[in-house]
Design a protein around this ligand. Structure first.
Ligand code: IPD
Ligand code: CA
Ligand code: CA
Ligand code: CA
Length: 279
């Protein structure tokens, strides 16, 4: 099996550089914030961070392709770096410290390396294929992560994102039923839900709509911690719709539950979603 340790080291170096930009700009809160055509926020710190990482990659790995959220594609290739300069921009621009830089490396269509760096939480999580998943302050001061052993939904701690997104996805009923039946639920959202699954602190996480840059780094970290990471239909990889991450034991049940469409819910309950006040 190929070793990705040099790529992992590079990804950590990229994360260090990202942290020095994102952390100081967050603390200064001197951001220039714009609204994108999809009505979501982006700040100049998102763009500056992605630009800096692209520049470092152009020197360190000139032959590799780079895909990022905020800048035009530089094409696809067999070795593809995937960058979300700030995951949790909505938090970032409001002064909420839950955000991270996500760096993934996909080789031949499979994510092999991932680093998630959340400097305001004082946390970093990472994995390289075949080497396990770790968290800590540096490569040398690291703790190996392992997913939980919870087997049933009534015992499970499930993290999620917006209810509105699930309703818009057409899978509202399965999601509402899951929240009702799960032992405990919290909306940690963004990268954090998935890193908590990798740590074994949370048993499962799911979101209805995510892009490749939202998922790539999380995918390999959850898998190397012993969990499963699939799209909403249960397919491995980061390309399909949404994401379900779990300790593996709960996965098939979650995929089945999240297939249940909300029109069935509307028919059986008479409650039409979205509810008033939700998007
Ligand atoms: C967002 C987060 C959020 C998800 C959104 C994403 P951003 O990423 O990942 O959890 O629900 O769909 O766009 O814009 O903060 O990088
Ligand atoms: Ca994101
Ligand atoms: Ca982002
Ligand atoms: Ca965004």
């Amino acid at each position: 099996m190929a070793s990705y340790i040099d790529d992992l080291r590079l990804a950590h170096m990229l994360a260090d550089n990202a942290d020095s930009i994102t952390e100081s700009r967050f603390k200064a809160q001197d951001l220039h914030v714009e609204t994108k055509p999809d009505h979501t926020a982006v700040s100049d710190a998102d763009r500056t961070t992605e630009q800096a990482l692209r520049k470092l990659l152009a020197t360190a790995r000139p032959r590799d392709a780079v895909l990022g959220e905020e800048m035009a594609d530089t094409g696809y290739g067999p070795r593809q770096w995937i960058i979300d300069p700030i995951d949790g921009t909505a938090n970032y621009v409001r002064g909420v410290p839950v955000w991270a830089t996500l760096i993934g490396l996909m080789v031949d269509g499979v994510v092999r390396v991932g680093v998630v760096s959340a400097p305001l939480l004082g946390r970093r999580w990472w994995a390289a294929e075949g080497d396990g998943a770790f968290t800590g302050k540096s490569l040398l001061k690291a703790q190996r992560m392992k997913v939980s052993a919870v087997r049933s939904v009534p015992d499970a701690f499930v993290s999620y994102s917006s209810l509105g997104g699930w309703i818009a996805s057409g899978r509202g009923q399965g999601f509402v039923d899951l929240l009702r039946d799960a032992g405990r639920t919290r909306a940690f959202g963004d990268f954090w839900s998935y890193m908590l699954v990798a740590e074994g602190a949370v048993d499962a996480a799911a979101e209805p709509e995510l892009s490749l840059w939202d998922k790539a780094a999380l995918d390999i970290i959850v898998r190397e911690a012993g969990g499963r990471f699939t799209d909403l239909d249960g397919n491995n990889g980061s390309y399909g719709p949404g994401a379900i991450a779990s300790n593996g034991l709960l996965h098939d049940e979650l995929v089945t539950r999240l297939q249940v469409a909300q029109d069935e819910y509307e028919e059986t309950t008479g409650i039409i979603m979205p509810l008033p006040g939700q998007r």
